[in-house]
Design a protein around this ligand. Structure first.
Ligand code: URA
Length: 434
């Protein structure tokens, strides 16, 4: 078997065997296959696709390309949650403490932000002192003791995904459903949780632009989970406008704190409750999602979720005085208010434009090694459906950069304001696939 033959077979729309996929992964990770041949194969997969069996085989091959963590010595069902990424998505940081305060065990590895999407790790690191690298032993001990640990991708886990993802990023092959499904699932399966909930987002700020693409990806990942005997479920949720009001690292942590105290924006609250109810069912803590949802609501009102967040921050070395006194977070040098030029109702807030603007203000990175400004970002004063007067505040930009005229225009243009009233669908979950 040679890599040339494998490339040719996929070029000719043939199905790859498990042995061919294993050969590619093994030899790409050990450096025998150069990037140019791997790129050709990835492009052939991008164009000609892979069926479910090929995608499951690719997932397994990547999963076992490095260490695989075993969390079976921690009592109970370990759950994990993964979002395909979006703008203002800070759900895990709220949902994790909520479900942990009800006895669930969340074992989560998160990623960094890239392009217009933010990353949970960067948000966490905006809390001074917070450590996102824990040893395998410390990770397990923390889950056992307080029910929640969120860390960065361990470098020994799934080296195949790291290498392939970096190559996809520069060869126009990110947006392929089998490649995305195997990338996400191989990471999730390697990190050892028993049950996984996937939040597959669609809309302008997401990887998947349409509901039908998102459903396809969600169904494929759930089917791979079934094939490999894991309880994998997926929600397909709306990412047409940013989630919540804050976009940018420490700004989002402040919104996390507010939400954990029961004062969060409705959309963020809603996703945390709906995902939390599914996770508590997967963890077998509640049989009924309605009952789980009611208890989750209580954790936001009686301090249990907030106290669990403090325990979590403390366990990972973070300075909890910032959580108790969020006014301590550094505020960017420039605070720029943007006002509406007309009156009416907000019809659209383009999540992609807002995410990109936030990145240009300093909150995100264009390249993986760019440094980010924890205090930069955007806070929305209006969401879809809200009414607005002429000269009323739309949003505020926070930045340490001085020349941001173009960004101000882009942010203003991200809002569509119409004269007629706009109805809002308060159900953000389009589908649950299980
Ligand atoms: N997230 C991942 O982890 N991998 C992808 O390919 C896309 C999104």
């Amino acid at each position: 078997m040679t890599i040339e033959q494998i490339i040719e077979r996929k070029r000719d729309k043939l199905k790859l065997t498990k042995e061919e996929i294993d050969f590619f992964i093994k030899n790409y990770v050990n450096g025998e296959i150069p990037d140019y041949q791997a790129s050709a194969l990835l492009m052939a997969i991008y164009i000609n696709g892979m069926d479910e069996e090929e995608t499951a085989n690719l997932t397994e091959s990547m999963r076992f390309s490095g260490e695989v963590w075993d969390l079976s010595d921690i009592q109970g069902i370990k759950v994990d949650k993964h979002s395909t990424g979006g703008v203002g998505d800070k759900v895990s940081l709220i949902l994790g403490p909520m479900i942990a305060s009800l006895g669930a065990k969340l074992a989560k590895m998160s990623g960094r932000g890239l392009g217009h999407t933010g990353g949970t790790l960067d948000k966490l690191e905006s809390i001074p002192g917070m450590k996102i690298e824990l040893s395998y032993e410390k990770f397990k001990k923390q889950i056992e003791e307080i029910g929640i640990a969120i860390i960065g991708q361990n470098k020994n886990l799934n080296p195949a995904d790291k290498k392939i993802y970096a190559l996809r990023d520069v060869t126009g092959t990110v947006g392929s459903i089998p490649l995305i499904a195997s990338s996400i699932m191989s990471k999730k399966l390697a990190s050892g949780a028993d049950a996984i909930l996937l939040d597959v987002k669609y809309g302008s700020g997401a990887f998947m632009k349409t509901v039908s693409e998102a459903k396809k990806l969600a169904q494929l990942m759930v089917n791979i989970g079934k094939k490999l005997n894991k309880d994998v479920r997926a929600e397909v949720t709306d990412m047409d406008q940013p989630l919540g009001c804050a976009i940018g690292n420490s700004l989002e942590i402040k919104e996390v704190i507010q939400t954990l105290k029961g004062k969060g924006p409705w959309d963020l609250n809603e996703i945390c409750l709906s995902s939390g109810a599914i996770l508590l069912e997967q963890a077998k803590i509640y049989k009924n999602r309605n009952e789980a949802r009611k208890e989750l609501e209580k954790t936001l009102l009686d301090g249990r979720a907030f106290n669990k967040f403090i325990e979590f921050v403390k366990a990972q070395g973070g300075d909890i005085s910032y959580i108790l006194h969020p006014e301590k977070f550094e505020i960017a040098k420039n605070e720029i208010n943007i006002y509406s030029k007309t009156r009416g109702y907000i019809k659209k807030i383009d999540a992609l434009s807002i995410g990109e603007a936030s990145m240009h203000l300093g909150a995100g990175r264009e390249k993986i090694d760019d440094k980010i400004d924890m205090s930069a970002g955007i806070v929305l004063n209006k969401k879809i459906g809200d009414s607005i007067f002429e000269n009323e505040l739309l949003c505020t930009l926070f930045t340490n950069k001085d020349d941001v005229k173009e960004i101000i225009d882009d942010v203003y243009n991200a809002f569509t304001i119409v004269p007629e009233k706009v109805n809002v669908d308060k159900k953000l979950t389009h589908n649950i696939i299980e």
